[in-house]
Ligand binder design. Sequence first.
Ligand code: ATP
Ligand code: MG
Length: 257
Amino acid sequence: MLANTLPPIIAVVNQKGGVGKTTTAINLGAALAEIGHSILLVDLDPQANSTSGLGLDPVRARLNVYHTLIGEATIEQAAVLTSVPGMRIVPSHIDLAGAEIELATMSARETRLRKALASVPEGTGCIIIDCPPSLGLLTLNALSAATSMLIPTQCEYFALEGLRHLLYTHQLVRSRLNPNLGIAGIVMTQFDARTTLSWDVLREVRRSHPAHVLETLIPRNVRISEAPSHGKSVIQYDPSSRGAAAYRALAKELLER
Ligand SMILES: Nc1ncnc2c1ncn2[C@@H]1O[C@H](COP(=O)(O)OP(=O)(O)OP(=O)(O)O)[C@@H](O)[C@H]1O
Ligand SMILES: [Mg+2]
C-alpha cells in the first residue's frame, strides 16, 4: 500500500567532504527508529557509505537507487532491511557516478528522485537522503525532492565559506525547483570541547546563521567512527556512548522544532 500524503523528507547535505553527512544520516535515522518512527534511508552517494555502513554489500544489492532514478524500479522494490530495526535503505552503487552523467541527458533530470519518492510505502515516518559531497545533479535531485535540508558542518576554519555557498544554493533551488524546501538546521559535528577552534567556529557559525544552528552538538567520539565497520549505527553499536546520546538529542530537537 502506498501513502497518500508524503512523510517529511530530510536531505543531509553539504558539498564539503567528510563533514559527517553519512554518519548523521545513519545515526539520526537510527535514533528516530529507536523511538518508533519507520525510517527510509536513501543512499544517493556513489561512494555508498550509508549502504556499507549499515552492513550491506552495495555490489550484491539487486536493485539500487539508480534503478529508481531511471524509472526501472519503485522505491518499494529497491528498499531493503538494515541492521537497524525500523530502518530500511535504498542502497547505492558505485555505478551511480556514471548515472549522474547519464541523467544529464534525460528529461526532468532534476526531479527524478522526487517522482520516485511520490509513492513511498504507507507508514513511512520519515525519509532521509544521504547526499554526495558535491552540488551536482544527484544532490539537486535530493533538494528537489526534500522538504528540508539538514546541514552537518565540521568545526573547522573553512566552515563558513561552504555554508554561504550552500545557503545560496538553497535559495536557487527554492526559486527554480522546490519552493517548499526548508532548512531543518545546521548541526555542528566532530565538536571537540577541548579545542578553542571548535568554540570559535561554533560562535562564528551561530553569529552568521542564528536561526539555523541547532543546539545539539555532535561530539568527536570514537564509538561513532567505529560503528560503521561493524555494519551498525552507534545506537546499536554502543547505546550508552556519548555519540549515541548526541544523536538521540538531535532527533528529539528536530522533532520539537
Ligand atoms: N562525531 C564523530 N566522531 C568521530 N568521528 C566521526 C564523527 N562524525 C564522523 N566521523 C568520521 O569522520 C569521517 C567522515 O564522516 P562521514 O563519512 O559521515 O562524512 P561525509 O560528509 O558523509 O563524507 P563524504 O563527503 O565523503 O560523503 C568518517 O570516518 C566518520 O567515521
Ligand atoms: Mg558520505
